[in-house]
Write a protein that binds this ligand. Sequence first.
Ligand code: F6R
Length: 465
Amino acid sequence: MRLSSAAVAAGYRLSTYDTLPSTNAQALVVARNGSPLVLGIGDNEMFFASDPAALVRHTTSVVHLDDGEIAAVHADGYETRTLEGTATIKTPSTIPWKDEAFDKGEFTHYMRKEIAEQPEAVRRTLSGRLDARFQTTHLGGLSLAARDLLDVRRVKILGCGAAYIASAVGAHLIETLARIPAHAEAASEFRNRNAVVERDTLYIAVSQSGETFDTLAAVQEIKRKGGRIMGIINVVGSTIARECGRGIYLHAGPEVAVVSTKTFTCSAVALALLAIHLGRLRDLSVANGARLIRALQVLPDHIAAILEREPEIARLAEAFVGTEHAFYVGRAAGYAIAAEGALKLKEVSYLHAEAYPASELKHGPLALISPQTPTVIVLPSDDLFAKNISTVEEIKARGGPVIAITHPGEVPTAFDRSFEIPALEPELDPLLLNIPLQLLAYHVALQRGTNIDQPRNLAKSVTVE
Ligand code: F6R
C-alpha cells in the first residue's frame, strides 16, 4: 500500500481495530529516505508522521527514525532495522508539547498568537540559564568544557531563512561580547561551496524545526570534515538536534504559522546566552555580565509592553497602502533586524520588500527611492545614530516616506511615521526592535487579505532539497 505524502504529513494511524485499506495486512512497513519520519506510540495503536506536531493529539511518545532506517509498524508495536537488515534499538522520547498549544484560542491567526506568546516563550528559553551569581549563563546542553570553549578562535553560524537572519544577530552579539570573529552564512550556500572546516571554529546550526534539509546537509558536511558543531533548535529530538548531539533547545513551544516569529526571537535570545557565556570566559567584565543578565531578566516584560501597543503599529501599516515595493534598512545588527522585517513582510503580505545595509543605499538602491516606495529604518539610539539620520535625510530628499522604529529622544529630522520603544541595553536592543516589525508585517497582510498562516508557495519545514 502507498500513502500519499499529504497523509504522512498529517499523520497516519494504525490501530488494532483497523483493517488496512485495500489490504488484509497486519503491519505497515515504513522507511526513512531523506525526509523525516516519526513513529507515535499509542495505546494499542501506532501512528506515523513526518512531523511530531501531527501526533500530539494522539500521543506524546515518539520514535524518530534515522535516515535509511525501516520500521515494520503493527497496531501494538514496531520493529526497526537498517536497510541492510540489522535490527536497531530505538529509545522512545517524549514530545514536550501539550495538545492545547496547537489551539488558536482567541486569535484569528497562528502568526498573531505566536507573536503574542513571545514573552512566555522567551522566559522558557531563559529559564534556568541565567547565573546572576557569576554574571554568566548556564548552558548544560553545550557539553563543552570551559577549556574547550577557550580554544574557539572563530564562530560560524548557519541557518536558512529567518534562522539565518537570527544567526546574523547572534554573530554580532558573539563578536561584540566575546570578541571572537563570528559570521553567519546561509546553510544552503555553505553546503554548495566545499567550505573550509577548521578545528578551532565553533560551528552552530540554527533551526526551528530541526529538519531543514539544507541545514542538515551543512551539519553533516561539517561533521564529515571533523568540525565541532552544536545546534540551536526548537523541536526536541529532531534530526538536526540529534545530528549535532549538543546545543541549546529553545523551548519556545510549537510554532504552527509557516513564518517564524517567536522562534526567531528565541533563537536570537539563545545566541545572546551563548555570547555572554563565551564573553565571560574571556574579557566580558563582571559589571557588563551583570548588566546583560539584568536586561535579559526584564526582556519578556519589555516585549509584552510593546505588544500592548499593537493599535499604534497597525496604524503604521497604512503607509503601505497603494505600494508594491518597500525598503528596510539598518546598520550592523540593525541591518539584520531590517532583513528579518523585510522577510516577514514579503512572506505574509506578498509585497516586494528589500533589506539593505543603510550604508549601502547610496551605492545603488537610492535610484529606486520615490514617494511610492516607503523605507522602514531600524534606528536605535546607538553610536550609529548620526549616520542613520543622514541616511534618513538622503531618502527624504528624494521624496521617499520614512517609517522609523526607534528609541525616544531628540531627532534632527522628521519621519513620516515612527514607533518608539524604550531602550534596554545597546547589545540587546535589536531583539526588541524586531517585535514591532513582526506586527507591522502582520497588519499589512491583514489589510491585503492574504493567507497569513499559510503563505502561497511556502512550507513550514523544508525537508527537501
Ligand atoms: C521565515 C521562515 C523560513 C524558515 C526557514 C528555516 O519566516 O519561517 O524562512 O526560517 O525555512 O526553517 P527552520 O528554522 O525550521 O530551519
